[in-house]
Design a protein around this ligand. Sequence first.
Ligand code: ZN
Length: 157
Amino acid sequence: MKRFLVLLFIFANCTICFSQTKAEMKREINDLKLMIEAYKQTIKEKDVQLQSLRDEYVNLQALMAKIGGILSIDSVDVAQTSNVPAEKKEDSVMQQCKAITASGTQCSRKAEVGSDYCWQHKKTKVTSGSREIYTGPRGGRYYINSSGKKVYVKRKK
Ligand SMILES: [Zn+2]
């Protein structure tokens, strides 16, 4: 009988223990639920931020397209006005030499009238097929490739 009571006591204790852990678990689950809700809220906020960034990006793209449109319209205008001889002269005088210098930057001299190059670069420019071959200050011959870099041409002996 005593043994039974002891067993009952242990059992009762265990039940209390278990119900306590159950209550704790419930509280923890509630905490977790709250945390999940908070995360969900954060994700929603980030979504909104992302959406606004996307909108900005789209706006920027539209702006770039507009700028591109304006630039191409400008070049068309120049082409149209260049039909007038007096204006063509002025445009050419103002143009910068298109040659690339040894340091890799565009030549800062003004291009000669009716040419895309200054007096120095005009002299060294030779058209060979579709390429324009330049002669450097040390006698090296090169052309400018599509990415704007100098490519030296081996001399034929
Ligand atoms: Zn030049």
